[in-house]
Design a protein around this ligand. Structure first.
Ligand SMILES: [Cu+2]
Length: 151
């Protein structure tokens, strides 16, 4: 009888300890695979975001123009942009000191011989605007003009 009782107690003890194992086992196994899966997903999503960021600078790209001033003209003498464009004008003189002025955009640069000057602005006003030399540079100074066209 004692052996039977000992066996019964042992059986119950084993039965009870087996019930505890399945409870603790899933808790340990489930968080372990879940943690590496999440960082993997985040890493995969990040390169997808990067190409979208590369698209944005294209739409807000700067439209750059290089203007050469010389007696008595600007080359090119017409600059065409769209309203809202960010415009960069890099200008220099090939000979004597000239000016580069667009009154409506508050732009005024003195262009000394072979020294580049840069101005950047947003073409927010539509229309045709004259640019001209405002520094007396010789007999043709008065006709030294060009135009900025904002469509
Ligand atoms: Cu001039």
């Amino acid at each position: 009888m004692k052996k039977l009782l000992v066996l019964l107690v042992l059986f119950l003890f084993i039965a009870c300890s087996k019930q505890e194992e399945p409870l603790s086992a899933p808790i340990r196994s489930s968080p372990v695979p879940a943690i590496p899966e999440q960082p993997d997903n985040i890493i995969i999503e990040e390169p997808v975001v990067t190409p979208q960021e590369q698209v944005e600078p294209e739409t807000t790209a700067v439209k750059e123009f290089r203007v050469v001033a010389s007696q008595w003209k600007f080359t090119p003498n017409t600059i065409e942009v769209s309203q809202g464009d960010r415009v960069r004008i890099i200008a220099h003189s090939e000979d004597v000191t000239h000016g580069f002025v667009i009154k409506e955009y508050d732009i005024s640069m003195q262009l000394d011989d072979n020294t580049e000057k840069t101005v950047e602005f947003v073409a927010d006003k539509k229309g045709t605007f004259s640019f001209f030399c405002n520094i007396p540079c010789g007999s043709g100074h008065g006709g030294m003009r060009g135009q900025l066209i904002v469509r």
